[in-house]
Design a protein around this ligand. Structure first.
Ligand SMILES: Nc1ncnc2c1ncn2[C@@H]1O[C@H](COP(=O)(O)OP(=O)(O)OP(=O)(O)O)[C@@H](O)[C@H]1O
Ligand SMILES: [Mg+2]
Length: 254
C-alpha cells in the first residue's frame, strides 16, 4: 500500500466504521446488522448480487436513509447527519447512475457540486477535479447532456472530487461503460489512494474490483457474508460460497 500523504498521518482508528447497522424503506428492513470498516487511504470493494443491499448501505451511511446501529466517520458519530453534513465532513457519495445536470456545462456542474467550497477556491477545486479526467477537461464548456455515457460518469465522479473527499463512495461507476472506459474510471480510484483518499467501491465487475481493492466485503440479503484481503489466494472460492451459499462448478466471471 502506498504511504499516506503527510497531511493525513495514519491512525489506528478506522476512517469509517459501521456496526450492527439496520436500515430499510418504510416497514421493509433491507440491511440486517451490517458491520464494515474502511481505513484511511484504502480501497474497499463491496460486492454482492442484485438486491443484496449495497446501494442501501451507501445511502444509509451518507445520510440519505434513516438507519439504526452505529456508524462513525473520522472520529465522529454519523447519527442524525444529513447528506450535506456528511459531504461537508469529507464523506462523499457518487450515486448509482451518473446524475449530472444535462443543461449545464461541465464547469457549471462542477461549480455547483462545490457550492459550499469558499468562493475564491471553487475554480481551483474544479481544475483539481478535472486534472483526473483530461477527457472532460477538454470539454469543460460543453453541456453535460452532450457528453456520452463514459464522460458523463467521469463528470459524476469529478463532482465528488470537487469536495476533496476523505472517503469517496462510488456506486457502480462502471455501469453501462465500455471496457476501456471502465478501466479509465476505475484507475482514478487508484490515483486517489496514492493521495491518501479512501474509496468504497460498489462494483458488479468482480475481477476488476478485486484487482484494484485492498480488501473486499461480500453482501447478500442485507448481511455481510464475507470479508477478506484481496491478497488471499482462496478468494474466488470464498466469494462464490458467499454469493451462492455453496461451491459452484464454474468460477465467477464478471
Ligand atoms: N426505494 C425503495 N423502496 C423499497 N424497497 C427498495 C427501494 N430501493 C431498494 N429496495 C429494495 O431493497 C433491497 C436492496 O436494494 P439495493 O438497491 O440496496 O440493492 P443493491 O445491492 O444495490 O442491488 P443492485 O446490484 O441491483 O444495485 C432490494 O430488495 C430492493 O428491492
Ligand atoms: Mg445498487
Amino acid at each position: 500500500m502506498p504511504i499516506s500523504a503527510p497531511e493525513s498521518p495514519r491512525t489506528t482508528e478506522a476512517l469509517l466504521s459501521v456496526a450492527d447497522l439496520t436500515a430499510g424503506y418504510g416497514t421493509i428492513i433491507v440491511l440486517h446488522g451490517v458491520n464494515l470498516i474502511v481505513h484511511p487511504g484504502e480501497i474497499v470493494a463491496l460486492l454482492g448480487p442484485n438486491g443484496a443491499g449495497k446501494t442501501t448501505l451507501l445511502r444509509a451511511v451518507s445520510g440519505l436513509l434513516p438507519w439504526s446501529g452505529t456508524a462513525r466517520f473520522a472520529g465522529k458519530s454519523l447519527a442524525g447527519s444529513s447528506p450535506r453534513d456528511t459531504a461537508r465532513n469529507g464523506l462523499v457519495h457518487v450515486v448509482e447512475g451518473h446524475r449530472v445536470f444535462t443543461q449545464l456545462s461541465v464547469t457549471d456542474n462542477l461549480l455547483l457540486a462545490g457550492y459550499d467550497v469558499p468562493r475564491g477556491e471553487r475554480h481551483a477545486r474544479v481544475d483539481e477535479a478535472l486534472a483526473h479526467f483530461p477527457e472532460i477537461a477538454a470539454k469543460r464548456a460543453d453541456r453535460a447532456g452532450a457528453l456520452s455515457g463514459g464522460p458523463q460518469q467521469m463528470l459524476a465522479v469529478a463532482q465528488g472530487l470537487v469536495r476533496r473527499p476523505r472517503l469517496l463512495m462510488l456506486d457502480e461507476p462502471s455501469a453501462g461503460l465500455s471496457p476501456v472506459l471502465v478501466d479509465r474510471v476505475l484507475s482514478v480510484a487508484a490515483s486517489l489512494r496514492e493521495q491518501g483518499t479512501a474509496v468504497l467501491l460498489v462494483e458488479q465487475l468482480v475481477e476488476k474490483a478485486l484487482r484494484l481493492a485492498d480488501r473486499v466485503y461480500a453482501m447478500a440479503q442485507g448481511k455481510i457474508v464475507m470479508e477478506a484481503a484481496t491478497s488471499e489466494p482462496d478468494l474466488p472460492h470464498r466469494l462464490e460460497r458467499a454469493y451462492f451459499g455453496h461451491d459452484v462448478a464454474t468460477p465467477l466471471h464478471p
